[in-house]
Design a protein around this ligand. Structure first.
Ligand SMILES: [Ca+2]
Length: 111
């Protein structure tokens, strides 16, 4: 019996987006999402939350953090400090769902 990882079983160009399921990725961009100086990766999906992969600094380990809901298709991202609070915000362009902006929360005391 031959075994394979979930990624090995996916069609070319697809990425896993949930346990026991996959969704097509529509957009992947290296970006500075937080301000740690390390390049992170943000991936848009079809009918699944977009995911930010935070770089641990090695460039080989990334911590996935889902972003938003599972509606529509995310096809573009812009990262900028839109509200001028000094923290990066993320705008997500989507089809078949409203586009959204996620404003970064300032760190709470103790974080
Ligand atoms: Ca901001």
């Amino acid at each position: 019996m031959q075994s394979s990882s979930l990624t090995d079983r996916l069609p070319a160009g697809e990425t896993p987006c949930g346990e026991g399921a996959y969704c097509p990725a529509t957009h992947a961009r290296p970006r500075h999402v937080n301000r740690d100086g390390k390049i992170d990766i943000i991936v848009g999906n079809v009918e699944a939350p977009s995911t930010i992969y935070f770089n641990d600094g090695s460039g080989r380990q990334y911590r996935p953090v889902p972003l938003g809901d599972n509606r529509g298709t995310a096809y573009g991202f812009a990262i900028a400090d839109l509200d001028r609070d000094g923290l990066p915000d993320i705008a997500v362009a989507r089809s078949e769902a409203p586009s959204v902006v996620y404003f970064a929360d300032p760190p709470s005391p103790g974080r």
